[in-house]
Write a protein of this length. Structure first.
Length: 66
C-alpha cells in the first residue's frame, strides 16, 4: 500500500532537521505513523479510536518514567 500521497506531519519536538522523530498522517480509517529517518519502511496503521486513546494516555503522563 503506497501512502506517500498522505499529508504527513512531523512533530514539533523533532528539532530543526526533523530527522529524529516520527511522522503521522490522517487516513480514512484512522492514522498512519512512520519513522522520519527511514520512510521506505511500511508505516504503522492505527484506528482513530486507538490513536485517540494513545494521545489521551500520553497527555495524562501514563508513559512518563521518572
Amino acid at each position: 500500500m503506497n501512502l506517500d500521497h498522505l499529508d504527513w506531519h512531523t512533530s514539533t519536538f523533532s528539532g530543526e532537521n526533523g530527522a529524529s522523530c516520527v511522522e503521522v498522517a490522517p487516513t480514512p480509517a484512522g492514522v498512519a505513523v512512520r519513522d522520519t529517518k527511514d520512510r521506505t519502511r511500511a508505516p504503522h496503521l492505527h484506528s482513530a479510536t486507538a490513536w485517540r486513546d494513545f494521545l489521551t494516555a500520553l497527555r495524562k503522563g501514563e508513559f512518563d518514567h521518572s
